[in-house]
Design a protein around this ligand. Structure first.
Ligand SMILES: [Zn+2]
Ligand SMILES: [Zn+2]
Length: 315
């Protein structure tokens, strides 16, 4: 593949990234830092799990970053700044096996995790001051996981996170200009070109985004327009777990079990005018270490092009 050096604009967020693959020798990605394996005997999730016959357990995070409360914090002035007290809910979704992460789970097991995400999402959405619910999964210590036992987190917070806000605004602006969903347009284009698509089934498509922010970034989209993750039905869950199983297995094998984060971007629960939004899942392997260009200018330098990523993971 010909080397690529170009700035790419993400039409949803408006952010520029630099795709630069013209390097003599590719850096070694995903080289594991040698650490002593965390023994299962000391795993906090082994004792906490009461029922051994259930695949998924949900409980409040023991060390939350938000204060558990259903009181709506008012917007406060702090000099020229504004603030809100950090209330919210932080729950942990734990799967039974200490060793089997997403690449090693069956499709049915992934389906059960998705069901748990949805049911917690729906429960927390009814809390009075919850403005956004973020579902995240950290795999590996470099991705921020403090416990190696596979677990996801559900954060319910009284603000719309900046990345989500920008994604919503970008989608809304595109809709106002074209009267169409930006992600539906992207999918139409990607499915025609097939250069960056990795996998598809009846209801979902996996692709390497045109303006990827990190090497090997992957996103999973529902093929048919849907604003909200929490309303997907059993058939959609099945196809989504199928897509997830495929992509996590590929990432695991091709990239030698890299650390990664994934999260779901969906319309905020109380937002009434979010029909333009198209929910999706973003998977970001942790490879690059940020330098000055990233931190000082907010321009991500991506050394493996999205086209190469798609080619590698498709094979
Ligand atoms: Zn464990
Ligand atoms: Zn759409």
């Amino acid at each position: 593949m010909k080397p690529t050096i170009e700035f790419r604009k993400d039409i949803v967020s408006g952010d520029w990234v630099l795709i630069s693959t013209d390097i003599q020798k590719k850096p070694v990605f995903f080289k594991r830092i040698k650490t002593k394996p965390f023994p299962k005997s000391r795993c906090p999730f082994e004792t906490i799990q009461q029922s051994k016959d259930r695949w998924v357990h949900v409980f409040p995070n023991k060390y939350p970053v938000v204060a558990r409360s259903n009181i709506c914090p008012p917007l406060e002035k702090c000099g020229i700044h504004e603030k809100k007290i950090g209330v919210g809910f932080q729950e942990v979704v734990v799967t039974r096996s200490h060793e089997r992460h997403f690449a090693l789970m069956t499709r049915d097991e992934i389906c059960l995790v998705l069901e748990a995400y949805q049911s917690r999402y729906q429960a927390l959405a009814s809390e009075p001051c919850v403005d956004y619910i973020l579902i995240i999964h950290n795999h590996g210590s470099r991705a921020g996981a403090t416990v190696p036992h596979p677990h996801s987190q559900v954060f319910a917070i009284p603000i719309i996170p900046p990345d989500v806000k920008r994604s919503l605004e970008g989608s809304h602006n595109y809709f106002r200009a074209h009267r169409r969903c930006v992600h539906c347009d992207i999918l139409k284009d990607e499915l025609k070109e097939k250069e960056r698509t990795i996998y598809q089934n009846k209801r979902f498509v996996v692709l390497a985004p045109y303006a990827s922010r990190v090497s090997y970034e992957v996103r999973i989209f529902p093929k048919f327009h849907e604003s909200r993750f929490e309303v997907i039905d059993q058939a959609q869950r099945k196809d989504l777990s199928d897509a997830m199983s495929f992509v996590f297995q590929r990432i695991f094998k091709k990239n030698k079990n890299p650390d990664y984060n994934f999260f779901i971007h969906t319309a905020p629960p109380k937002e009434r005018h979010a029909e333009h939004y198209h929910w999706h899942m973003e998977i970001l392997p942790r490879a690059a270490i940020w330098g000055g260009l990233e931190l000082g200018a907010g321009i991500d330098v991506v050394k493996i092009s999205p086209e190469e990523t798609a080619k590698l993971l498709r094979r």
